[in-house]
Design a protein around this ligand. Sequence first.
Ligand SMILES: [Zn+2]
Length: 200
Amino acid sequence: MNGRVEPVLGWRLWRLRGMRLESWAASYTWEPGENTARCLAPLRRCAHAPGAGCRCGFWALFSLLQCVERACAERSERSTVVGLIQGWGEVALHGSEGFRAERASIACLLTDWPWDAPRALSEGGHGGRWRPRLRRALRHLSSPPPPEPWHARMLREAAALYGVPLVSLEESLRIGLLEELGVDELMRGEARTWVEMRTR
Ligand SMILES: [Zn+2]
């Protein structure tokens, strides 16, 4: 764990609650701009989040597909939003998987529905290095659930409320938004693979 000046970037999930974004795995409603984590553990709360050996802090994953995989593991959840955050302050790195950060803000939100993954993958020899991960993400895809009917509209309102770009993943790559936000080549490569697979 170390204090950081440079923000670290990662993908994460929210649920839409009205036009607000609620953490996927914790009872926390995100604020526009800077968010400061506090420990939500039922017992033995950490003095400062992210505590060692705890689950507190704003988590994010470096792998977009791992994030999508998590989203697709909950079939009944139809208000999911995927986006990118900047984390800073005290940051607990979880190997190459992701991090938990003391402070975080939303960098951008995606219009992409997690279930809209490349179906062609299960058939062909596509995907390159990301293939195993794509495969895992796709195992849930037999009959993808649709988003809530109000999803697109509320997501637009959420992006306005939080003051962040709302783009499709494809667009974020095309206009160079991810690069501009500081997303590294490895993460962008994975995002590009997902986009390419869907348009095949
Ligand atoms: Zn904690």
